[in-house]
Write a new protein. Structure first.
Length: 319
């Protein structure tokens, strides 16, 4: 088999698993393959297996149709909205997933919250150039943390907020009072979540229902000094509306780890927008996570080669 391991930006994938045990040709791509269909197809021609890093390189029906030798896709993590599972099923391509460690994303959410409330983006840059105390930070105790999506990650983030003495509230379409109470928080109506939160953090799965959920109308509800945090998926937030709100002074700050297009284009307006803290989708990037990703990827490939695939990825529910 010829195996392509994609988006190995740090050049470390080879060290996190026993790829040699597969007895196959393994190529590690350290550079993103880009957005162009022709370029992606040209790079992946002739490969039997593709190991995709999360949703960085979409494997669409159009691309799959031009990769006739592809037999197996391994996606790091349990979900991957950028793989067309209907197309893989139609073409007889097996799709498997790996395990996932939820703690890093929740931890990074709080890294962004602290960076935003204490303006570390400004202060860390000021020190090397001789600066000293150029901003006034904000405390967390007594502030309202709004959690949009109280699933596994949202619950972890909410519990940390409670530990800081914050007033934590939550909303999602199917959230019940009972579920919120289990976490120790209160469910509030949707508009109240946006209007009352001092810090609003997003923890939803990207779907047709959640794409663009945070748009101009929702941003207009928020306090002019509120902080919006997104470590979930970029398209949940309307980026154009967000940039407009920041430039118009209608939102205090945005702290983002995810974007519509990744890597974020060099000329993207978010890079020059005022009051933003940006990280390059590293919420899940830890040694512990990579150990799980690449160990399981090798296991998936070996199991497929033996005729007994494991961790097969299923079509997501509609909605």
């Amino acid at each position: 088999m010829r195996i392509a391991v994609l988006d190995d930006y740090q050049g470390v994938a080879a060290s996190y698993a026993d790829w040699a045990s597969l007895g196959s040709e393994v190529t590690f791509f350290s550079q993103h393959l880009g957005q162009d269909d022709d370029g992606v197809v040209a790079a992946l021609e002739g490969y039997d297996v593709v190991v995709a890093m999360r949703e960085r390189t979409p494997l669409t029906a159009e691309r799959l149709a031009r990769l006739p030798e592809l037999k197996l896709i391994v996606s790091t993590g349990r979900r991957n909205a950028s793989i067309d599972l209907k197309a893989t099923a139609a073409r007889g391509i097996t799709v498997c997933h790996t395990g996932y460690v939820p703690a890093p994303a929740a931890e990074h959410t709080w890294a962004l919250i602290h960076a935003a409330t204490r303006r570390l983006d400004v202060e860390l840059g000021a020190i090397p150039s001789g600066g000293w105390q150029t901003t006034v930070g904000r405390g967390l105790e007594g502030a309202r943390l709004g959690v949009l999506g109280l699933g596994n990650l949202g619950s972890r983030v909410a519990k940390v907020g409670l530990a800081f003495g914050m007033d934590v509230v939550a909303w999602s379409e199917n959230l019940t009072d009972e579920r919120a109470a289990e976490v120790g928080v209160r469910r509030v109506p949707r508009d109240e979540l946006f209007a009352s939160a001092d810090i609003l953090t997003i923890h939803l799965v990207l779907s047709k229902r959640t794409r663009g959920l945070v748009g101009a109308a929702e941003l207009a509800l928020m306090k002019p000094d509120a902080i919006l945090v997104n470590t979930s998926r970029g398209p949940i937030v309307d980026e154009a509306a967000l940039v407009s709100a920041l430039r118009g002074g209608r939102l205090g700050l945005a702290a983002l780890d995810v974007f519509d297009v990744e890597p974020l284009p060099a000329d993207h307006p978010l890079r020059t927008a005022p009051r933003v803290v940006l990280t390059p989708h590293i919420g899940y990037v830890t040694r512990e996570q990579y150990e799980v990703f690449y160990r399981d990827a090798v296991e998936d490939i070996a199991a497929f080669a033996s005729g007994s695939p494991v961790r097969a990825m299923e079509l997501p529910p509609k909605g």
